[in-house]
Design a protein around this ligand. Sequence first.
Ligand SMILES: *[C@@H]1O[C@H](CO)[C@@H](O)[C@H](O)[C@H]1NC(C)=O
Ligand SMILES: *[C@@H]1O[C@H](CO)[C@@H](O)[C@H](O)[C@H]1NC(C)=O
Ligand SMILES: *[C@@H]1O[C@H](CO)[C@@H](O)[C@H](O)[C@H]1NC(C)=O
Ligand SMILES: *[C@@H]1O[C@H](CO)[C@@H](O)[C@H](O)[C@H]1NC(C)=O
Length: 409
Amino acid sequence: MLSIFAISLLALSAVGVSTRTARPTSPVVGAWYAGWHATEGFPLSSVSWKKYNTLYYSFAITTSSVDRLSLAGNNGDLLPRFVSDAHSYGVAAHVAVGGWLGSVWFSSSVATSENRTAFANTVAKFAHNYNIDGIHFDWEYPGRQGVGCNTISVDDTTNFLKFLQELRQNPIGANLTLSAAVSLAPFTDASGSPSTDVSGFAHVLDYIILRNFDVWGSLSEHVGPNAPLNDTCASSANQQGSAVSAIKAWTAAGMPVNQIVLGVDNSGHSYSVSPSAAFESGTKTLASYPAFDASKQPLGDAWDDTGSVDVCGVSHGPGGTFRFWGLIDGGFLTGEGTPADGIYYRYDECSQTPYVYNETSQVMISYDNLQSFAAKGKFIKETGLRGFTMREAAGDHLDMLLDSISSAI
Ligand SMILES: *[C@@H]1O[C@H](CO)[C@@H](O)[C@H](O)[C@H]1NC(C)=O
Ligand SMILES: *[C@@H]1O[C@H](CO)[C@@H](O)[C@H](O)[C@H]1NC(C)=O
Ligand SMILES: *[C@@H]1O[C@H](CO)[C@@H](O)[C@H](O)[C@H]1NC(C)=O
Ligand SMILES: *[C@@H]1O[C@H](CO)[C@@H](O)[C@H](O)[C@H]1NC(C)=O
């Protein structure tokens, strides 16, 4: 810990606030940088710094003590370098706090007035020590259980707001760019329903980032879009949320549209689908929302785990995630991002997302491509959203998706 601190002070004096010309950060052109992938083939030098204005180092995780955030498991020794590299390109360096595995202690950290004060100081000190421009709260999820062993309270959303208000009172916190990753439905209130008034959050957060992905997945009843742009055009059973419905819900609850950043995903989710379910009967046209065999989760790309034990001690099989480069590696797409020979393809006009299917391996994947990213970019522009943040910097192939969405905006 001491050595990390020393490096960060060095980084601070070496780069220096005065030598950097920060780029405008609106609209947000951002990506999450997954610290754990830094040593799996995506070092900091692989980041296309010139194409972004904001990067979010992921994750600093909550701990059982309000006095400490931890970078364990996320190559935290790289954080000072991340910040100085970002600053040398005029890019805002943010740190994402929490994540799926790192939200265990959020609820207890903001549960009492005493804890909120201590946790606000912890976050402010952390930001100051590492010379960070912004803190991105990725609490999954206030008032709802996430990974399975999170501390949780019906007052989470209220306490989260009080905590953010306190952080804004802190002289360091006042200057930070603050954002939160959020579900498609507004924060869960004390009754367990989506909040009807989130205007308090709009005052203390610079923006929210909609997690417009993982909408359909292994726990769904059918194959469906991972990251639907729209769902109001789908049958009512298939309206599980989308960018369109989420923006409607959040703005109705008081979040201004220009404080909403669209979270986009360059990875897809795989399912095991038999040919009889995959095709419309008697044809080779891919069916929409087919049934899948939940007992056979296909292994995803080279970064997928064959199995792991989570922070709650529960074992999981493969996740089935294919990053965009993984779809190319796996033979589903060509190097240009188009369907490979022998692969069946469908572009769903309602969700505006594509599917690919390999009949031999019986693997179907819902993902995003250049066309769907261009559609999302156009939507961001036409709706007046604050920009986009991509999961994750390491998932693209030759910046094809990044370039597609950026040029559409
Ligand atoms: C306040 O934080 C401490 C850890 O620093 C924790 O042990 C305690 O349970 C928290 N209080 C509540 C009410 O959750
Ligand atoms: C906050 O930002 C203002 C304006 O950039 C600056 O003058 C001030 O020193 C900053 N405060 C802290 C605590 O960094
Ligand atoms: C979403 O679907 C509805 C209903 O078909 C349509 O009116 C609307 O234009 C669509 N919005 C987008 C952004 O595709
Ligand atoms: C489809 O899957 C089979 C079995 O895994 C594999 O041998 C074949 O190469 C795949 N097809 C394509 C076009 O990648």
